[in-house]
Ligand binder design. Structure first.
Ligand code: GLU
Length: 261
């Protein structure tokens, strides 16, 4: 049985490249579908935490920047603009399906400081107990190197541990983990199950992400390690087929499932 069939509390992470077009503008069709499917999964009785990227890309396009922001102030300003645009869109679509959202912006100091971690956990637990969907991102507008997670694959795995989720689902622009790079090798095979992170898995994970997102397969493997440490299962599935969420939760073969042996 897949660990996702019985998972009651699930963290779903969606990346920038899944939420935006190459123009950096929001892929409305995709977000709308995501909100509908998450609402439906929630209606079925499961608890969902959504970890979303996209603030910087959406903000940059909204501000009319014709390049990816490079300087820290530029990125922080873009994140501030984009984060509220993203929340506006999530709020609007989830409300259509009678679900409420709460914005949670985190920095890495919640890991180091017991007090901050306790507050973050208590807030998320209270939000979940009220039936509200926590929508989490890094607090990019104030995050400097010392307190940054850096990528939302890592952030989502840490959040999954904090709320003791049963499963973390990474929605990606790829079907899952392959035994070689499918962009270069047409015979690359999808690895459907991973029970331990060994040298082989690290070596096939490679590194590259897209221009708009920050994570590649390497950050996803790092996330799997964090999940294994906290006893949480993880899956990578393709965001271009969001119904794959149903496949995963109903035990049909899809993507790559990471479950510690
Ligand atoms: N927190 C960043 C944003 O919302 C994205 C980080 C990531 O994609 O991993 O723009």
């Amino acid at each position: 049985m897949s660990p996702f069939e019985k998972a009651e509390r699930i963290v779903i992470k969606v990346g920038t490249s899944s939420l935006t077009y190459d123009t950096g503008m929001v892929n409305l069709r995709q977000i709308e579908k995501l909100c509908k499917i998450i609402s439906d999964i929630k209606n079925s009785g499961r608890q969902i935490v959504l970890v979303t990227s996209g603030a910087i890309a959406v903000g940059a396009s909204k501000m009319g920047l014709n390049h990816k922001p490079h300087t820290i102030p530029e990125k922080q300003a873009a994140a501030a603009v984009g984060q509220c645009e993203l929340m506006y869109i999530y709020d609007k679509h989830f409300l259509e399906y009678h679900h409420k959202v709460a914005q949670i912006l985190l920095t890495r100091d919640i890991i180091e400081s017991d007090e901050r971690r306790t507050h973050a956990v208590n807030t998320m637990e209270t939000i979940l107990a009220q039936g509200v969907i926590p929508v989490v991102n890094e607090n990019d507008s104030i995050a400097v190197d010392e307190i940054r997670f850096g990528d939302n694959d890592t952030l989502s795995a840490i959040v999954a541990g904090l709320v003791r989720a049963d499963g973390l689902i990474l929605l990606s622009d790829i079907d899952g983990l392959f035994d070689s790079n499918p962009h270069d090798n047409p015979n690359a095979k999808l690895i459907s199950r991973v029970g331990k992170i060994d040298g082989y898995i690290e070596s096939v994970a490679g590194g590259a992400g897209t221009d708009r997102g920050t994570g590649g397969m390497a950050t996803k493997i790092a996330a799997a390690k964090i999940c294994f440490d906290s006893g949480c299962a993880m899956a990578i599935i393709n965001s271009s087929h969001l119904e794959g969420l149903y496949d995963l939760l109903e035990g049909r073969e899809t993507g790559t499932i990471f479950e510690k042996e």
